[in-house]
Design a protein around this ligand. Structure first.
Ligand SMILES: Nc1ncnc2c1ncn2[C@@H]1O[C@H](COP(=O)(O)OP(=O)(O)OP(=O)(O)O)[C@@H](O)[C@H]1O
Ligand SMILES: [Mg+2]
Length: 247
């Protein structure tokens, strides 16, 4: 078998002297959707920020077989990593299209015309963004802002797209749309690392899942098996199960 696209080994990260991640092991095979679920404060965002190079980390991070733990954020973007951060960090007073284009330029400084092609690809994936290309980003709905954040990350043509809680704060129908987008993206060959508190939806769309608790992986396996695991059901799928039982 070929290398996984991303291989993480014994990864430690934290803030100052407070260690938050205590030796994470995680693989993302090419073309797969991997999800990391876990409670508030488990270290999910810390993990994505460490992988992206926003936060210093110690341990092994390999991308396409190459160690990248010494690489800067910009070098990682060049190689094909992209992150949609939990705080979407859009330019609220700028039009949608400027957010997309600037997103690409800010991180990658594309010198050729590929960005225009990529802009068309993003508009194809999110026709709503095309309709609203001249609207100020700050006036978009929650779901549209999320699409814009994903679209902006896609402007760098990533091989690995990391999504930090894309369903956060969105209505159920919009959440469905976001998860449909994840499936559509996977069909284009992008590998996806999805951090979610919506464990049910995440395990439905993912191939493989990791449960992160207090900075360590407490459980991992094929998503379908995790969704049937008694501990996962009790802790992460319990509310939905109760609702189903009541219905
Ligand atoms: N900038 C920071 N400085 C100090 N501690 C931080 C910082 N950011 C996060 N932490 C701490 O690190 C731990 C993990 O936080 P993290 O944001 O990674 O959790 P999370 O799993 O993403 O949670 P959530 O589901 O609420 O987003 C928490 O205890 C948090 O308080
Ligand atoms: Mg988080």
């Amino acid at each position: 078998m070929s290398h996984p696209l991303l291989r993480v080994g014994d990864l430690h990260a934290g803030y100052g002297r407070a260690e938050v991640l205590h030796g994470i092991e995680l693989d993302a095979p090419e073309g797969s959707v991997i999800t990391v679920i876990g409670p508030n404060g488990a270290g999910k965002s810390t993990l994505l920020n460490a992988l992206m190079g926003i936060l210093p980390a110690r341990g092994k991070i390999e991308f396409m077989g190459q160690p990248i733990d010494e690489f800067t954020l910009e070098e990682r973007v060049m190689l094909g990593l992209a992150l949609v951060p939990e705080k979407r960090e859009l330019f609220g007073t700028m039009p949608v299209e400027d957010n997309l284009v600037l997103g690409a330029f800010r991180q990658v400084r594309l010198r050729n015309a590929r960005w225009r092609e990529q802009l068309d690809a993003v508009y194809e994936l999110f026709p709503r963004l095309k309709e609203r290309r001249t609207q100020q980003a700050g006036t978009l709905s929650g779901g549209e802002r999320q699409m814009l954040a994903v679209g902006r990350a896609l402007m760098s043509r990533p091989k690995l797209l990391m999504l930090d809680e894309p369903s956060l704060g969105l209505a159920p129908l919009v959440v469905q749309e976001i998860f449909r987008t994840v499936s559509a993206l996977r069909a284009t060959g992008v590998t996806i690392l999805l951090v979610e508190q919506n464990a049910r939806a995440a395990l439905e769309v993912a191939d493989h899942g990791y449960v992160l608790e207090m900075g360590s992986v407490s459980l991992q396996g094929p998503a379908r098996e995790l969704a049937g695991d008694a501990r996962v059901i009790d802790t992460y799928l319990g509310a939905a199960r109760t609702a189903a039982a009541v219905a």
